[in-house]
Design a protein around this ligand. Structure first.
Ligand SMILES: N[C@@H](CCC(=O)N[C@@H](CS)C(=O)NCC(=O)O)C(=O)O
Length: 218
């Protein structure tokens, strides 16, 4: 009998994750580790131009990572990938069973990329990543000011529940925390948002998150 084509531990590996760990692919690597999936990591590097090579453009015409190939399904956009993986392999755990909670997981994932990602990335790039001569510190300061409003929203929610959908860590937390992980290198002052700081620490201390950071150092 042919082996089952699933990504369950111990069976045939069919999931490929494209993108170096120091890119947004880290979000997907974190998810795969949370779910205990076997996967092949294809370390396509944005810094070498590999994301714009024809072979990669055939997978993602946007020229970005992450991309996954899950048994023939090619999918890009980090939030969509994580929602898909969590639903397929983690319903009832990382992915909510109830439709209203599912909708709230989508809400937080869209919120993360539309309200938070751009300013937190701007702060990180201009305070930590670009060569010093190319940093725009005024842009970083403006980005930090823009973050005050959404961080206030998040802090208010986290004052009432430990995690975004309730008592349990879910895909909603992973997706938003993976964006806000850039707040530390971006030197965003979290002192006015203590609940966000506490929640972020709890998310970051999860073994799967820590294992993903290890990949970023390799
Ligand atoms: N919205 C996309 C953004 C993907 C993205 O911009 N990825 C960057 C790396 S973090 C990239 O691939 N840059 C290389 C390039 O644009 O050539 C997602 O969340 O997946």
């Amino acid at each position: 009998m042919a082996p089952a084509k699933t990504c369950d531990k111990g069976s045939l590996m069919t999931l490929k994750i494209y993108g170096v760990a120091r890119s947004r692919a880290s979000r997907v690597l974190w998810m795969a580790k949370e779910l205990g999936l076997d996967y092949e990591h294809v370390k396509v590097d944005f810094a070498t131009g590999e994301t714009r090579a024809p072979a990669h453009l055939a997978l993602n015409p946007n020229g970005h990572v992450p991309v996954i190939d899950d048994d023939g399904l090619i999918l890009w956009e980090s939030m969509a990938i994580n929602l898909y993986l969590a639903k397929k392999y983690g319903t009832g755990g990382l992915y909510p069973s109830r439709t209203d909670d599912e909708a709230r997981a989508w809400q937080w994932s869209f919120w993360g990329v539309t309200e938070v990602e751009r300013p937190v990335l701007t702060a990180m790039m201009n305070r930590a990543i670009y060569p010093e001569s190319q940093r725009d510190l005024a842009a970083a300061d403006a980005a930090e000011k823009m973050l005050a409003q959404p961080l206030g929203v998040l802090d208010g929610v986290l004052a009432r529940t430990a995690y975004l959908l309730g008592a349990q860590f879910t895909v909603a937390d992973l997706n938003v925390a993976s964006i806000l992980a850039w707040a530390r290198p971006g030197r965003i002052d979290m002192s006015a948002f203590p609940k966000v700081g506490e929640w972020l620490k709890n998310c970051a201390e999860r073994p799967a998150a820590s294992a993903t950071r290890q990949l970023q150092r390799e």
